[in-house]
Design a protein around this ligand. Structure first.
Ligand code: FES
Length: 162
């Protein structure tokens, strides 16, 4: 499931240019991944293959870095990005139920984007708003002391605003 990304020739050429520069310094992988995320909006397997070939790093190492850092994504992000905090303070106050509600409403597993490119659903670590636990964010706006009904309402508002 998810949005299929078509790599454009000019985007690949830009990435190759960036890698040429980064290779002249030690540790070219991180700056290359930043460029790839900027150029393609994500770092899917097709892009990881290009990087692997050029930098001589294994796909498993590259994929490990991409999945570890939340600033990199495997799929293109949707028009609306929803994140539910699963940090300890939020989790003990039921944030998993909020995530499940979004997941059911959107028919989407966390970490994925809907086929129409509208929504990306994610689970995050602590976002530093524990006093408001449990929290979720929609396009960067924080919803505190949240519950599954609030999630449903936030989605309905987004869909109504389309
Ligand atoms: S644990 Fe959710 S904001 Fe800190």
């Amino acid at each position: 499931m998810g949005v299929k990304l078509v790599l454009k020739d000019e985007q690949v050429a830009e990435l190759m240019e960036c890698m040429k520069k980064h290779k002249q310094k030690p540790g070219p992988l991180m700056p290359t991944l930043h460029d790839a995320q900027r150029i393609f909006g994500c770092v899917p397997l097709e892009v990881q293959r290009i990087i692997s070939k050029e930098l001589g790093e294994t796909i498993s190492k590259i994929n490990g870095v991409v999945t570890f850092y939340s600033r990199f994504t495997i799929e293109p992000t949707g028009k609306h990005v929803i994140n539910v905090c699963l940090g300890t303070a939020c989790y003990v106050k039921g944030s998993q139920l909020i995530l499940d509600e979004f997941s059911n409403q959107l028919h989407l597993q966390p970490g994925h984007t809907s086929d129409d490119g509208e929504f990306t659903l994610g689970a995050t670590r602590c976002i530093g708003a524990c006093g408001l636990a449990p929290v979720f964010t929609v396009d960067g706006n924080v919803y505190g002391q949240a519950n599954p009904n609030m999630a449903k309402k936030a989605l309905a508002d987004l869909k109504a605003a389309k």
